[in-house]
Design a protein. Structure first.
Length: 130
């Protein structure tokens, strides 16, 4: 039995695609392995697109490797709850996706080039700066 590793890519990580060796390496590892899955919350993708036009198209080319997580009511609840505590929407969407849910019953790790906002939010983070 193989164990699948699940990683959630947040807004800063999506913005780092194509120029960051760690991010590129993670994407290549997922493309070459059935044991690594990469998840992208739609809200994180839209935030990245707002900051740099063309990110949606870039992710579209990688649709076989980067799996989109649609927003739903449960995600809206998480975003609203964390938002009241001052957490930004993209971070909240990544937290929701990394927590155990219908798509990822065991949850996953947030793979981020900006791990600091996740401290104290109860999710695992892989710091892509190391």
């Amino acid at each position: 039995m193989s164990w699948t590793e699940h990683y959630v890519l947040d807004t800063p990580t999506l913005l780092a695609m194509g120029g960051d060796k760690q991010v590129s390496g993670l994407i290549h590892a997922a493309a070459a392995s059935d044991d690594v899955r990469l998840w992208v919350p739609v809200l994180c993708l839209l935030e990245a697109e707002r900051q740099r036009a063309g990110i949606v198209d870039h992710v579209g080319v990688l649709v076989d490797v980067l799996h989109l997580v649609d927003d739903d009511y449960a995600m809206a609840v998480t975003i609203a709850e964390l938002g009241r505590a001052g957490v930004d929407f993209g971070v909240s969407a990544a937290v929701h996706t990394a927590r155990p849910n219908q798509t990822l019953p065991m949850g996953g790790l947030i793979a981020s080039v900006a791990p600091e906002p996740y401290e104290g939010l109860g999710v695992g983070v892989m710091d892509l700066n190391r």
